[in-house]
Design a protein around this ligand. Structure first.
Ligand code: MN
Length: 231
């Protein structure tokens, strides 16, 4: 097959303990999936899960032991970190039941849903899409994917991010409003999941701004952590 110009390369994420990489299809994100974060954003109560997407090429791989660098993005003066557990889908499907969800999971990673909060807030006010606040270039740093069997008890794992060595967000995956299996059920009723899909499962409370020169260090127990600097 020939193309009118060279296609973009396949976006991929390294896998812990393997030479083969995980090719990324889509990036789904869950909104307001921890109660205390929903409250800090001005909402209360359990609402049905809702989703937004980032383009696959928003991925920035944060290799273990290295500092990934992201530029301070354009158009914003309020860039927020959102530390999140990322679920990597290995087997696709639609209408997946929560009790069958585990068999669709390849593994887990630590991710940052970086957010131009001022733009997102303005779009919310106007009832417009969040894309410009959420789906901008290099908005999805991620660490290597740990295969599910090696990830331990991910449903009860601590999740945290520090900025310049000080705690910003610290919670536990057990506090997800919609847990991993329920999220896969809801998501697969709306879209047919494909191998290579990533799901950013939502962020706990403590979202706040970073500025140029800040370094974010994030982790989830049992997974490879990430270090990301804003340049
Ligand atoms: Mn998020």
């Amino acid at each position: 097959m020939s193309f009118v110009f060279t296609p973009q390369p396949v976006v991929s994420v390294p896998v812990v303990g393997r030479a083969e990489r995980f090719p990324v299809h889509r990036i789904y994100c869950v909104g307001r999936n921890y109660e205390e974060h929903a409250k800090e954003m001005g909402f209360t109560g359990r609402e049905p899960p809702f989703f937004f997407l980032k383009p696959a090429d928003a991925i920035v791989v944060a290799d273990p032991g290295k500092t990934a660098v992201i530029p301070y993005p354009s158009l914003t003066s309020n860039l927020h970190h959102e530390i999140e557990l990322v679920v990597a889908i290995g087997k696709g499907g639609r209408g997946i039941k929560a009790e069958d969800a585990a068999s669709h999971i390849f593994g887990y990673a630590v991710g940052l849903d970086m957010t131009r909060r001022d733009l997102q807030t303005e779009m919310k006010k106007q009832g417009r899409p969040w894309c410009i606040g959420k789906g901008y270039d290099q908005s999805a740093p991620i660490g290597p994917i740990t295969p599910a069997a090696e990830a331990g008890d991910i449903g009860n794992a601590a999740i945290w991010v520090q900025v310049n060595g000080s705690d910003r967000q610290r919670s536990n995956i057990a506090k997800l409003i919609w847990n991993i299996a329920e999220t896969i059920e809801h998501l697969s009723n709306a879209w047919e999941l494909q191998p290579g899909d990533l799901i950013y499962t939502g962020t706990p409370e403590g979202v706040a701004a970073v500025v140029k020169g800040d370094t974010m260090t994030g982790g989830v127990d049992g997974l490879s952590g990430i270090t990301v600097k804003v340049a």
